[in-house]
Design a protein around this ligand. Structure first.
Ligand code: I6G
Length: 673
């Protein structure tokens, strides 16, 4: 078939554009077009290639998933062995490494290093000839690995064709294939829905995805790539430092670490390690340490190798985020809404620098899925600010005597029946406010900072007062006497007076806080705020029905049902009456009584916030006049990062945009109230 020149040109232009936008997205993290526009370009190219199949070439962006499923992976010899790295586990070992190199090179000045975080992924080697990706291999035993070209071709951040005009004849790049936390969570969510295998961590997910014999499956997995070394290069000068090598690789369209730095001397390296350790929890990917390499390649050559590792590089490891320990028992904790959460009691163990003796097992479905027995050796994981969790069981250590944890039939606290609602994973205590555990949690919530903010009424105090039956409900707080409060453990008269004063002060509140303090299931701060603004009085809210409630912003059928159900219960009505009788009051609601104190500011929210949904957090910012955007630029005022954030934090760090934690965000809200 004759292909008109105009079509050839169109195909070539489309490929150039797609490759350009790929690099903007994956290498520079600066997309210039929307996903829809990008998809349109790709679709247009696909259409033309379907019409003119002669134009299809293996480096076309449409040809990422080409190969059929393989029977097995072939073996590939590494021309340059894929080495491992020596490790340092503390500052003294890093110091010793630096000293060793100084002595070896007879170098009395500070040595220059190139540093970057060590990604927790899988090492692969990519071979480009005449600019085309012709082979990709795993590390294997270092001398030979598996040929995973078909799978690696599906990773969108790996170019099938190198970029630029000065392309080396041959280039072998080594790097790490990994999965971002966002990708990992999405994949596991999808796996759960399909009732397929759920991965324990991003590294396992990346490994499992890369090891698929069918590249079509790998193509669906959110894999990323980051280069860390040039193994071979021909037809272009090999730069004289590691740092320059990485920038050459980047200019050819391959991603490199956004956090790479050149550092003079040991002290700067130690400082870098500490900085990265502080950022570790807010990065969008998991890292297990920092790699330091002598920057100067002639110094590297001088230092040479010892057995299977370069003498000129070291991985200074962070404390492990996953460790093994023994599951001593499983207990069930009752929350504010009565949900019973299985909690693992563990032999205390250091996880990521923190001693952990309890970890969540989430719910009974998870216990069955992970096949957990009391006595098992388990792997506990603590990443970021999230609660430690049991991720898996070391099955080979299983003894026949180990028993499956059982959900109790009765609440461990109030002995009411435990029930499971159809379609829900949680078992709940049916005791409601009869249950001391639920009462304690309800009172703690009522007193918490964003509710009635009762200064000095901490968790321990609430537990004591409920255990002593001094208080039964939140309303009883306002009947406490000085005598009662002073009789509590570690409560001097002064503190008792202060608490009573704080209780008195808490009576003057806002309608939104009061609604939030009631602890209605799934009514967070923003919903409480929306309800207050919508109804303006408590009476109107109490009288509304489910249909009416659904007119309020963010209130869907489940929340509407929860609210209506809460107000329909006589015990709740009674508590509300007692609270009002005790003198709780609030000013009339003005529809917008928060000053527009953040006008002109633009925020980006990423990751999961523990106490707010995305919508809630956005609403709070918007109420204060701020804009909330989905992408980070140099003009962004700050990025608010929860746990497991996306690449937006990396971008913010790169652009020197401040990154706020959830606590910073809360302070911001308070300061602008
Ligand atoms: O396994 C590795 C991870 C990261 C590496 C590595 C690296 O540089 C950032 N560099 C070398 C030279 C080797 N392994 C052998």
């Amino acid at each position: 078939m004759i292909v008109p020149d105009a079509i050839r040109k169109q195909v070539s232009d489309l490929r150039d554009q797609i490759n350009f936008h790929n690099i903007q997205y994956y290498v520079h993290d600066e997309p210039q077009v929307t996903d829809q526009y990008y998809d349109q370009l790709l679709r247009r190219l696909q259409e033309i290639e379907e019409q003119y199949p002669d134009l299809i070439s293996p480096d076309s962006p449409t040809q990422r998933v080409g190969a059929e499923a393989a029977q097995q992976f072939e073996s590939v010899e590494h021309v340059i062995p894929m080495l491992s790295l020596d490790n340092a586990f503390n500052e003294a070992e890093m110091q010793a490494f630096n000293k060793r190199l100084g002595d070896l090179l007879d170098h009395s000045d500070e040595l220059e290093y190139c540093a970057e975080p060590k990604l927790d992924g899988l090492a692969v080697s990519l071979l480009y000839e005449q600019g085309l990706l012709i082979q990709a291999a795993t590390r294997g035993d270092g001398r030979s690995g598996e040929n995973i070209t078909a799978n690696v071709r599906t990773i969108k951040s790996i170019p099938l064709k190198l970029a630029g005009s000065d392309i080396p004849e041959m280039l072998e790049v080594r790097g790490e294939v990994f999965m971002t936390l966002e990708g990992f969570n999405q994949l596991n969510e999808a796996q759960r829905l399909k009732e397929a295998k759920v991965f324990a961590n991003p590294r396992n997910a990346a490994a499992g995805s890369l090891r698929q014999l069918d590249p079509a499956i790998t193509a669906e997995r959110p894999l990323s790539f980051c280069s860390y070394a040039i193994a071979r290069i021909k037809g272009r000068d090999n730069p004289s430092s590691q740092y320059q090598q990485m920038h050459l690789v980047q200019s050819l369209g391959l991603p490199i670490s956004p956090l790479i730095e050149q550092l003079d001397g040991l002290d700067r390296c130690i400082d870098y390690y500490r900085r990265i350790a502080l950022q570790r929890d807010s990065l969008s990917f998991e890292i297990d340490g920092v790699v330091f390499k002598l920057n100067d390649r002639s110094q590297q050559q001088q230092a040479g190798f010892v057995s299977r590792a370069p003498r000129w590089a070291i991985a200074w490891k962070f404390p492990a985020q996953e460790v093994m320990t023994r599951l001593l028992d499983v207990e069930f904790q009752v929350g504010r809404t009565g949900a019973l959460t299985p909690v693992a009691r563990l032999e205390p163990v250091n996880v990521g620098g923190v001693i952990v003796s309890n970890a969540t097992l989430h719910n009974m479905d998870e216990i069955h899925r992970k096949d957990v027995r009391i006595g098992d050796t388990v792997i506990v994981r603590r990443a970021g600010d999230v609660i430690p969790e049991v991720v898996s069981v070391v099955q080979k250590d299983r003894q026949p005597s180990f028993v499956l944890p059982m959900m109790p039939e009765r609440c461990p606290v109030c002995h009411s029946e435990v029930i499971k609602q159809e379609g829900q994973a949680a078992y709940r205590c049916s005791g409601g406010l009869i249950c001391a555990a639920q009462r304690k949690e309800a009172i703690k919530h009522f007193a918490s900072r964003k509710a009635l903010d009762i200064d000095g009424l901490g968790d321990k105090l609430v537990e004591q007062m409920v255990d002593l039956q001094m208080i039964q409900s939140v309303a009883d707080l306002y009947t406490l006497t000085l005598e009662q409060v002073s009789s509590l453990e570690r409560m001097a008269e002064k503190s008792a007076n202060n608490l009573l004063q704080a209780l008195e002060q808490s009576k003057r509140t806002t309608l939104a806080r009061f609604i939030y303090a009631l602890g209605i299931r799934e009514v967070g701060e923003a919903t409480a705020e929306a309800l207050a603004t919508h109804y303006q009085t408590l009476e109107r809210l109490i009288q509304s029905d489910e249909d009416d409630l659904m007119q309020v912003d963010d209130v869907g059928p489940v929340v509407a049902h929860n609210i209506a159900h809460f107000f329909s219960r006589t015990e709740n009505q009674q508590i509300i009456r007692q609270l009002l009788d005790a003198g709780l009051n609030w000013p009339d609601v003005q529809p917008s009584d928060i000053a527009k104190s953040l006008s002109g500011a633009t925020y980006v929210i990423t990751g999961t916030l523990a106490k707010y949904s995305r919508t809630e957090a956005s609403n709070f910012l918007k109420q204060r006049g701020a804009k909330v955007s989905s992408s980070v630029s140099a003009k962004t005022t700050a990025v608010i990062a929860g746990t497991k954030p996306g690449s937006k934090v990396d971008k913010a760090i790169k652009l020197n945009v401040p990154v706020l934690t959830e606590e910073d965000f809360e302070s911001l809200l308070e300061d602008t109230e």
